[in-house]
Unconditional design. Structure first.
Length: 292
């Protein structure tokens, strides 16, 4: 059976949403997991840039995008990158699952501008069946966020999406030629800012702006300086603050969660178990004198 015959026999397919980032507070980007039936899927020209990452067993597929035809066996982790305003048609010969990531042009443009790229390099690149282990690692991070019942700080998802954009560009001279760690003064300044804002939503943009840096450059320097990504550091500081408040006994768990920036009490409990190895209740029980 040739490709044209296969497409004719498949007919129109359907897409069913399984997971979505809606309501998670992500700004300028989002993600959704779709169950896609065998058949032909015609994609309109979206206002946002789109990335589709194949999940699961290999599926034979054919696509037409920007007038170019591409026949392939889509393997786990293969990605199609489609710029805003571009239409496409995909024909899958079997049911499959896809992680779909959308990115506003303004979000992408701000990252490219910060990287000091010329306009010719700053355009969102179209790629079909891209295979890049580092890019896949970032995509699976977003996928894990969608699967988690208790969402991480949106700072984590923002960091992953920024990393995907940078990875699409390859080597960026503006990052290569700059210093590789924060000065002690800059490190103290950003640490103090984070500690003073644990009760609210923190973003990479405001943390980078505090030091007058681009987001990609800030991410590299922060990790080199503190040993963990910015989002992980913020969560650790929230857990430490929550632990201290719980041990005072002045607030209940719900109040502590609100005062330390967790979306709800179970979200706080999840991260306390993950980082400290104990739930809020276990921590408070251990701190009580014997016989109480």
């Amino acid at each position: 059976m040739n490709a044209s015959t296969s497409r004719a026999m498949l007919g129109d397919g359907t897409r069913t949403s399984l997971l979505s980032s809606q309501g998670r507070g992500w700004q300028g980007f989002g993600a959704e997991v779709f169950a896609i039936s065998a058949g032909t899927h015609r994609m309109p020209a979206f206002e946002q840039h789109r990335i589709g990452v194949h999940i699961g067993k290999p599926v034979r597929a054919n696509c037409i995008c920007d007038g170019k035809r591409h026949a392939r066996v889509q393997a786990h982790g293969d990605a199609d990158v489609v710029p805003a305003g571009m239409t496409g048609e995909w024909a899958d010969e079997a049911d499959c699952t896809v992680l779909s990531v959308w990115i506003d042009d303004a979000f992408a443009g701000s990252i490219y501008e910060q990287l000091e790229l010329k306009h010719a390099r700053a355009g969102f690149p179209m790629r079909l069946q891209m295979r890049d282990p580092r890019f896949q690692h970032l995509a699976w991070g977003l996928h894990a966020e969608l699967q988690a019942e208790d969402a991480s700080d949106s700072l984590f998802a923002e960091s992953l999406c920024t990393g995907m954009l940078v990875r699409l560009l390859g080597t960026v001279p503006a990052l290569e030629r700059k210093r590789r760690a924060l000065t002690p003064k800059a490190a103290a300044r950003v640490a103090d800012f984070i500690d003073s804002g644990l009760d609210r939503r923190l973003t990479l943009a405001e943390l980078a702006a505090l030091l007058d840096m681009s987001i990609p450059h800030f991410k590299v320097l922060f990790r080199e300086t503190f040993g963990v990504p910015a989002h992980r550091y913020v969560v650790q500081r929230r857990v430490e603050r929550a632990k201290a408040l719980l041990l005072t006994g002045a607030c209940d768990a719900a109040q502590v969660a609100a005062e330390t920036g967790f979306s709800h009490q179970s979200h706080m409990a999840y991260w306390m178990r993950r980082i400290l190895g104990a739930s809020p209740r276990e921590l408070t029980m251990k701190s009580k004198p014997r016989g109480v």
